[in-house]
Design a protein around this ligand. Structure first.
Ligand code: NAD
Length: 488
């Protein structure tokens, strides 16, 4: 059984209970992890706080070397890490190989960015003065991670936080803790004790005490809107730095100049990767009325060819969903849409075979509108609702008619439409003709209820650095504007 990793040691902590980790493709228990307690949180925060004293003073070059060493060790363990990810999260191996690349390259990227600069020099008011903007670490950063990309989303927080001189406490999702535990055991043991800590457990019992803890100034969280709101309500009065990456309901607008075959493949990829369990999954599609029938026909034909199965099988395109309640939520939204007039073109049910596993057939719906929950709330599953538009301005309005603002996709070769879309879309990322492709140097994050945090790029480093302005006068004579006023 993997353990907590606290102060450079592996420990069961003070609790006696464990949490079972389930393979979503078979519903079998893979392993267990200790169920952390608030007392374990105390020990973890103390370790991270103590380690911060030296880590913040450690030269950026040394920090960079340690991070590159971590990336090298992770590369050496690639097969095992990808296998564990596939077992506990469920998505197909090629998607976990991609997640693995994001993990290691993010460590390498921030190792370099972290030693590039730590602020800037300003033009000062007088020649005898120096004005500096210093970028400083905050201290202990709590990294609270969801299950859908357990390592990628961890790396997007941990790497920039470490590179900036913070120490970290990782709270993996209780659903997918094994791959992170493996990294602690095999790839991070060369860091000074307490710089990286991993504590397992449930949100209420472990993550919330971290959010409440006076010695944890930064809460870096990716997860659902409801949990983000709960965290914000606790942390805001404490004036903590909140870094929140929340839900999405991304729109994909297809223009009438697009090729139906290309549109079908782009849409299926954007909506069905990780069984639709990507925060930037396409969850609403807008088709031009004059060609909607052609686009729909091509999409249905393509989706019907995709193979559902366990992530470990090489022929699998779409793996299981992560669990029963997530599948029930998708089923509920589809049932609600049908009740309000939607039509299912393919899918809309659990597969007959296999009997086990949280599988759900990729589902295409038409006759949907914005009064339905499937067009308003996050679905987080393999559903593709199609709605028609009459003119492009209307398509943009529909895309923006949403409480979330994470990503927005467009397919067109018309530059005027592309320009209008990239200016008007209220979303943190706009993808034109290549959905869901991220960039290490490009900030990722949301607008509106998707949360305002940014990860990756320079912005992703600055998320974990506090700004200090230093005004330094070299002359030590009194200033003419100091007291007493009457003498001047
Ligand atoms: P979740 O909110 O249920 O859990 C996320 C993490 O928060 C887990 O580690 C959980 O233990 C912890 N948690 C639960 N209750 C808590 C509490 N009271 N206080 C503090 N932490 C608590 O989310 P999930 O189901 O694991 O992940 C799916 C969600 O994540 C979706 O809504 C998805 O859109 C979102 N997500 C967003 C992004 C992004 O970058 N914006 C990326 C991936 C996933």
């Amino acid at each position: 059984m993997p353990l907590h990793y606290i102060d450079g040691k592996f420990t069961k902590g003070g609790g006696t209970e464990t949490i079972e980790v389930i393979n979503p493709a078979t519903e079998e228990v893979i392993d267990t992890v200790p169920r952390g307690t608030p007392k374990d949180v105390e020990a973890t925060v103390k370790a991270a706080k103590d380690a911060f004293r030296e880590w913040r003073k450690t030269p950026a070059n040394t920090r960079a070397h340690l991070m590159h060493e971590a990336a090298a060790k992770m590369r050496a363990h690639k097969d095992k890490i990808v296998h564990l990810l596939t077992l506990e999260e469920g998505k197909p191996v090629p998607e976990n190989e991609e997640e693995f690349e994001w993990l290691v390259n993010t460590f390498d990227y921030y190792a370099e960015l972290g030693r590039h600069e730590r602020g800037r020099v300003l033009p000062s008011g007088e020649y005898s003065q120096l004005n500096l903007v210093l970028k400083e670490p905050y201290g202990v950063v709590a990294c609270i991670i969801p299950w859908n990309y357990p390592l990628l989303l961890m790396a997007w927080k941990v790497a920039p936080a470490l590179a900036s001189g913070n120490t970290v406490i990782i709270k993996p999702s209780e659903v997918t803790p094994l791959s992170t535990a493996y990294l602690a055991e095999h790839c991070w043991d060369h860091f000074p004790p307490g710089v990286i800590n991993v504590i397992n457990g449930f949100g209420k019992e472990v993550a919330e005490p971290l959010v409440q803890h006076i010695d944890v100034p930064v809460i870096a969280f990716t997860g659902s809107l409801a949990t983000g709101q709960r965290i914000a309500s606790i942390a805001a009065p404490m004036m903590k730095k909140l870094h929140l990456e929340l839900g999405g309901k991304d729109a994909f607008v297809i223009c009438d100049d697009a090729d139906p075959e290309v549109a079908a493949r782009a849409l299926a990829y954007a909506a069905l990767t990780n069984a639709g369990q990507v925060c930037t999954s396409t969850e609403r599609v807008y088709l031009p009325k004059n060609k909607a029938a052609k686009f729909t026909e091509a999409l249905v034909a393509h989706v019907k060819e995709l193979k559902l199965g366990p992530g470990l099988e090489s022929s699998t395109d779409i793996g299981p969903m992560i669990g029963a309640t997530y599948r029930e939520k998708v089923e509920g939204q589809i049932a609600d849409a049908i009740q309000h007039g939607a039509k299912v073109l393919t899918g809309g049910r659990r597969p007959q075979n296999p009997q086990k596993g949280y599988f759900y057939e990729p589902t295409i719906l038409t006759n949907v509108d914005h009064s339905m929950t499937i067009m308003r709330e996050e679905t987080f599953g393999p559903a593709i609702p199609l709605m028609e538009y009459t003119d492009f301005e209307q398509a943009i309005e529909l895309a923006n008619d949403c409480m979330f603002g994470l990503g927005a996709c467009l397919l067109t070769s018309d530059p005027m439409k592309a320009k209008l879309f990239l200016e008007e879309a209220k979303a943190g990322t706009v993808w034109i003709n290549d959905p869901l492709t991220d960039n290490y140097a490009g900030p990722f994050g949301g607008m509106k209820l998707s949360g305002g945090a940014r990860e990756l790029g320079q912005e992703g480093l600055d998320s974990f650095r506090e700004t200090k302005h230093v005004h330094w006068e070299f002359a030590t004579t009194p200033k003419s504007w100091w007291y007493p006023y009457g003498k001047n």
